[in-house]
Write a new protein. Structure first.
Length: 578
């Protein structure tokens, strides 16, 4: 169905191609997963299938890509629209209409399908993706995950023979992600649709792939094979594979079910041990000055001593939410929400798409006014506090980091951040150098990857050194290595006494980082407690290791690795040894 013949793509004056020497066949009716670290060219490879590369993005394409016999060099994207459906990383860039139902119908209208056919397919897609209740909603009012499902639905209605998806589950809660992947499975197995997708959250999708294509580095030829073989050599792999590598299981498990079948001995070996707590101390109080020993911690400490700012107040709550209710039009987005955030703790807000997580974060920064109840941040009411004063108490990195970035260069963004925060010149740039050492001053923010834009937005917010830091879906678009760097940054901030509240669908991030998990459902808090207690008992929000090791409260591969090392050093020597 898709054929790559010695394909390479080079952008502008780049010294090396973004992808190179790609020679690959994707058969009809298979789900093929594209993996690799950030920046290796996954999105570029996907773009060559739809014709977006090079017709829309520019660059020089060498070699040949054919889809259903059509050469994408000579067929522009609109000439492939009946054959290829594409969903990129950014759903907002995909939409052309105002409401859900209109968006689902738009692609079919462009192809001139009959009205009765269009009506039937819209209804089928609404049911497939659980969008029926949203059919009349303006797209602007939807959550990020809801928008992602609409974007996927809009390319399904024309019934393309090939689906190209870039990070299709990145903004979806675990249940919604499973629903989307189940739909893709049905399309592949029942209708013979060919699906080519790139996804960083491999724990969600690798077990469904027929083939895996590993891009090991920019311009390097891909490595292709069955999922188990590729996961054995890939530099990126999900926690369940990491657990299999650690314990030497053969063959490597790709799903929780496979791992549980092999884990009986491991559970028995660790039965009498307790996992190391998230912060290594067993408490949620700020660890004494440990963050100051990290490069980021030293930067933050230096930032405090070179301005009139003081360190975050560790003597009382940084935020107190009491009986909060928020309305958006006729919808009650939050009701009776009460939450206290103390210095040094990290809280993960979790729940299905539309549960109210982003609304709660927006209320904490004064973007949304309460309909009832009260919100205090640093002793102030956010929606009544001037922004210039509020940024010294709370900062939000939104789900779309570009919403914070409006200058033409990284240097200009940093200069504006220093000015807005009243910080010394160079304060923001020093943070960027720590988080993004490879990014030049003259780089335009739009030319950064998703993860790089997140890091730049984080540096902009940190320049104001707010005691309370809020992040909305911070791992969207991040690979495992970039996520690990983010975890290190946030741990350093917590060690400095900052409180962190993050809204996330990434259960692995919550397991790695959060002291507490708060689960929202239909605008209400339905669970609030220590991370192990909340997530281990939840089928939807438990990380892979917890599902494998249940009912024991192990959450991460790192915890298991530490425990195994401890058992190895304390095990008695075999008889007959000296």
């Amino acid at each position: 169905m898709i054929r790559f013949e010695q394909v390479s793509v080079t952008y502008g004056d780049a010294s090396a191609p973004a992808i190179g020497r790609v020679d690959l066949t994707v058969p009809e009716g298979e789900l093929v997963l594209l993996v690799g670290p950030s920046g290796v060219g996954k999105s570029t490879l996907l773009g060559t299938v739809s014709g977006l590369v090079p017709h829309f993005t520019g660059g020089v394409l060498r070699g040949r890509v054919t889809v259903g016999g059509r050469d994408t060099r000579t067929h522009k994207p609109r000439e492939l629209a009946d054959l290829v459906g594409t969903v990129g990383q950014d759903p907002l860039a995909h939409f052309v209409t105002d409401t859900v139902e209109d968006e689902l119908a738009y692609g079919m209208e462009s192809l001139g399908l009959a009205p009765d056919v269009m009506r039937r397919r819209v209804e089928e897609t609404l049911d497939l993706l659980g969008l029926a209740e949203l059919r009349d909603r303006p797209i602007a009012t939807l959550s990020g995950g809801q928008r992602q499902r609409v974007a996927i639905g809009s390319v399904l209605t024309p019934h393309p023979r090939v689906l190209v998806l870039d990070e299709p589950t990145s903004a979806l809660d675990p249940a919604a992600a499973e629903e989307v992947l189940a739909v893709l499975q049905r399309l592949v197995h029942d209708l013979g649709t060919t699906v080519l997708l790139a996804e960083h959250r491999l724990e969600r999708v690798v077990q469904y792939a027929d083939q895996v294509v590993l891009l090991p580095g920019p311009g390097l030829p891909p490595v292709v094979g069955d999922p188990e073989r590729i996961m054995a050599v890939s530099p990126v792999y999900p926690p369940v594979v990491a657990l299999g590598r650690l314990t030497g299981w053969e063959p490597l498990p790709l799903s929780v079910r496979d791992a549980r079948r092999r884990a009986a001995g491991l559970r028995e070996r660790l039965a009498d041990l307790r996992p190391e707590p998230v912060d290594g101390t067993g408490t949620v109080a700020p660890p004494a000055a440990t963050g100051a020993r990290t490069p980021l911690g030293r930067l933050l400490r230096r930032r405090a001593t070179t301005t009139n700012d003081t360190a975050p107040d560790r003597t009382g709550p940084l935020a107190v939410v009491t009986g909060l209710a928020v309305r958006r039009g006729r919808t009650e987005a939050l009701r009776a929400v009460s939450l206290t955030v103390t210095p040094g703790e990290t809280i993960a807000l979790m729940g299905r798409n539309g549960a109210g997580k982003s609304t709660l974060l927006s209320t904490l920064v004064g973007m949304v006014a309460p309909a009832a109840g009260s919100v205090l941040v640093g002793g102030r009411t956010p929606d009544r506090t001037p922004p210039g004063e509020l940024i010294r108490h709370v900062g939000l990195v939104p789900q779309e980091p570009r919403d914070l970035l409006y200058a033409d260069t990284v240097a200009a963004e940093c200069a504006a951040a220093d000015s807005d925060a009243g910080a010394a010149d160079g304060s923001c740039r020093a943070l960027v150098s720590e988080l993004l050492p490879e990014v030049a001053d003259a780089t335009h923010p739009r030319d950064l990857s998703e993860g790089q834009r997140l890091a730049l937005a984080l540096a902009v917010i940190l320049t104001g050194r707010p005691p309370l830091l809020l992040l909305d879906e911070p791992t969207r678009g991040l690979d495992y290595a970039a996520k690990a760097r983010l975890v290190g940054v946030l741990r350093a901030l917590a060690a400095e006494g900052h409180a962190i509240v993050l809204a996330t669908h990434d259960v692995e991030l919550a397991a790695e980082l959060a002291h507490r998990v708060v689960i929202l459902a239909d605008g209400e808090i339905v669970a609030d407690g220590p991370t192990p207690r909340v997530v281990v008992s939840s089928p939807a929000f438990a990380p892979q290791v917890a599902k494998v090791m249940a009912p024991q409260e192990w959450l991460t591969v790192a915890q298991v690795r530490t425990a195994l090392a401890a058992t190895a050093t304390t095990a008695p020597e075999p008889e007959g040894t000296e």
